[in-house]
Design a protein around this ligand. Structure first.
Ligand code: ATP
Ligand code: MG
Length: 139
């Protein structure tokens, strides 16, 4: 494992609801360091490119519309086993299934408007970091 980097997005629902500070506080309390950050307002095309693995699924149109519906905060987080640990801190995709204390249990409204994104594997993290931060050094 060792020190890794992963990509997180505080999604438009959580930014709109004013949960950015609370979510960053939880990242920092869990020993994640923010090594890059961008506040973005994604176009539909950018959201489609980011979630390209889900193209063709029933929720793709709605998901990419939601992800391009307002400001989102994209960050690269660094820490021990960051990819897997971030997924634990986030909780299950559907907040109804998310464990108590996880970000999605705390802040998600439903399976689509679920407050945060986190890379699901180291290879995915590399693709996603390059998608938003093409200049960042990946050492
Ligand atoms: P993310 O990739 O955003 O971190 P995830 O890895 O937990 O979430 P994925 O299966 O990759 O879940 O789905 C990507 C996103 O698509 C989800 O976070 C959610 O916003 C939306 N989504 C997934 N499944 C559904 C569904 N059945 N209905 C509506 N939206 C969904
Ligand atoms: Mg995913």
């Amino acid at each position: 494992m060792g020190i890794e980097r992963t990509l997180t997005i505080i999604k438009p629902d959580a930014v709109e609801a004013g949960h950015v500070g609370d979510i960053i506080k939880i990242f920092e309390a869990n020993q994640f360091k923010i090594v890059a950050a961008r506040l973005v307002s994604l176009t539909k095309k950018e959201a489609e490119g980011f979630y390209a693995v889900h193209r063709g699924k029933g929720f793709f149109e709605s998901l990419t519309h939601f992800m391009s519906s307002g400001r989102a905060l994209v960050m690269v987080l660094e820490g021990e086993s960051a990819v897997a640990r971030l997924r634990e801190v986030m909780g299950a995709t559907n907040p109804a299934d998310a464990a108590p204390g996880t970000l999605r249990k705390l802040y998600a409204a439903n399976i689509e408007r679920n407050a945060v994104h986190g890379s699901d594997a180291p290879e995915t993290a590399a693709f996603e970091i390059a998608y938003f931060f093409p200049g960042i050094e990946l050492v």
